[in-house]
Design a protein. Sequence first.
Lengths: 540, 174
Amino acid sequence: MIDSQTRNLTLWNLSVAFVAFVVACFLGFYQVVERSGLFEFLKSERLYFTSVSTHGVLMAFVLTTFFIMGFGYYTAVTSLKRPVWKPALAWAGFGLTLLGTVMAAIPLVAGKASVLYTFYPPIQASPWFYIGAALLVVGSWVWCAIMVIMAVQWKKDNPGQPLPLAMYATTANALLWLWTSAGVAMEVVFQLIPWSLGWMDAIDPGLSRTLFAWTLHPIVYFWLLPAYTALYCFVPRAAGGYLFSDEMARFAFLGLLVFSLPIGFHHLYMDPEQGSGWKLLHGVGTFLVTVPTLVTGFTVLASMEIAGRLRGGKGLFGWIGALPWSNPMVLAAILAFLMLILGGFGGIINASYALNAMIHNTAWVPGHFHLIFAGTTIIMYFAITYHLWPRLTGKALYSNNLALVQLWTWFVGMTMLSTPWHVLGLLGQPRRISEVTYNSLLTLAWQPYELFMIMGGAVLLGSAILFAYLLIKSLGSTVAASDLEPAYAEPIHAPRDLPGWVENIKLWNVVIGALMLLSFGYPILQFFFLKTYDSIPWGY
Amino acid sequence: MHIDPLEKKWLYITFGMVGLFLGAIFISALISGIHPPSNVETIDSARLHLSEEFAEDNLGVKIQSDGSIRVTMVAGRYGFFPRHITLPADTTITFRWASIDVLHGVHMPMTNMSTMVVPGYVAEVTTEFPKPGDYPMLCNEYCGTGHDFMWSKVTVVDKQTWERQHPSSKGDES
Ligand code: HEM
Ligand SMILES: [Cu+2]
Ligand SMILES: [Cu+2]
């Protein structure tokens, strides 16, 4: 069993993540009910936007950041087989992230920061919200630093050895997050905080949107990489087989690190403040970054097929039936895959330079990211947690069957929620509305879909409560966990003669820096030589 | 290093697919000239009333000398002004937008008239409407608690009807 320091760090980080998650799921359910317009007495724009802002921040920033930090400490310690570097610092980082979360949560819940999780100016929130958000990010940088330092120290002590794959992925994610968060950090520190404190009268929303777009795309890979880590490092072994290729996995993580960063303008396709050439450039990058995901799809499926055949599966598809569907890790991987395939189709449409106009800011968009983020990513977070919980607490999971029920219901609920959401988008419904007031025949076609979404939301809320129940119930379990050892998958071919550049952190930072300069340099600089007009703050 | 022959094949397929998608995008962009709204043009959103183009009296639908149509509109909490416009089908129409306050997004469902309206910048979209009918024009970016109520109306009439109503629109300058 791993040392108690690491266990506590991971447990605390995961617990904060899941408290945020469960609270936010209640808000999510309220939102689908409110926006349907079926319940007159619930109608309140003020409450709705307070709720969506809180739900978005809790899910996108709090759940993810704490989960990733907790999982990262576990991965580093178990894969490198050494203790956390400077645990006191790790706790300080945790404390800072938590402090930031609380500072941002108070104005959010009080309705003083109903600016949604994207907080686009010139609508202004309480300064506490921006300061809290900044502290949350700075706290997570402490985690990044610890991950990178542990990897570098291990390399020094094991010359010529490749990093264990799980740590390779975690280090890539730490570097990715440092680069990713720089955009929003610049926006918050140089624009939003001074402006909300009244030190600056006005700021340029065009510049803000550009800096936010810097963060907005790679952040989804920051959320997704732990899920991929589990797909590569846990799933093949849980399925009873081997990882098809350790080396391709490294290239996939490297590709995601480098190419997810310089492409954020696909979020600005419909914006007037950036020229079309830059948008096209980022659009090309957006399609290139599908390559590592398609590679991941191949490697993970191949690994599962090997496992299925080792278990006696025959024929073209027989191996699928032979997989251990009753293993939560394997089940989650299969369901995550199904949602990833559907979400991938949608993503291609969003990413398309011309097609984007059709679905931009429609209900299609939350439909898409609930499917792929709340679906694919979060279902893997559940599986990782079921895998870690016994190893952290020393107690067996309360019920494997309930865990399977929880994963299935999450999948079914997410399908029921996000499918009608996509359709609503195609029927023209905008995102982020609390009710339908448009006096148009078009809106009659929207109603049945709203009803379906409520049912999906109810199933999801039930699933989230079941998840929390299982974890809490397991804490009181009297059965000791049978296997406390970490369970990383073995590759078919151990990585051999990996060229040095694969693990050269300095080199990759330089490459990323150059790509960022190329794709964001001029688009950011232009705001300093164009004659721009800044915006004063507005309420909401 | 070890790359399996199957992996190699899959990589070729992957790059083939990406190439296909990018090919389609480049054809639509460079040959058909389809681009998202991207004119980098600034304006003082606090003084729109003093600008020539976006002053209240100059808003609305204007017929250009080449027969094309220009629509100048202002987005502000909570509406698009003028609140109701009528446009011809099958005609090239250029919309020009400015915000008087915060960030808005404007979309006419079932058409590709879509753009963000960012304060400080002029947004421009050129498009055509093939189908006559009544269209809502909706705000699709959160702009405050009245965001739900931010919409206006567009009526698209067939080209003959429009030309009868606007004798000056036949292309020749009148
Ligand atoms: C019980 C399950 C859930 C339900 C019923 C639900 C429902 C909703 C609804 C109705 C909205 C408002 C969208 C709008 O007004 O356009 C929303 C927003 C959002 N949801 Fe969820 N959600 C759930 C779970 C999740 C999860 C697990 C995540 C991610 C981990 C997530 C991430 C988000 C984000 C980031 C937003 C903000 C979107 C925005 O500001 O436009 N949700 N959700
Ligand atoms: Cu993106
Ligand atoms: Cu709006």
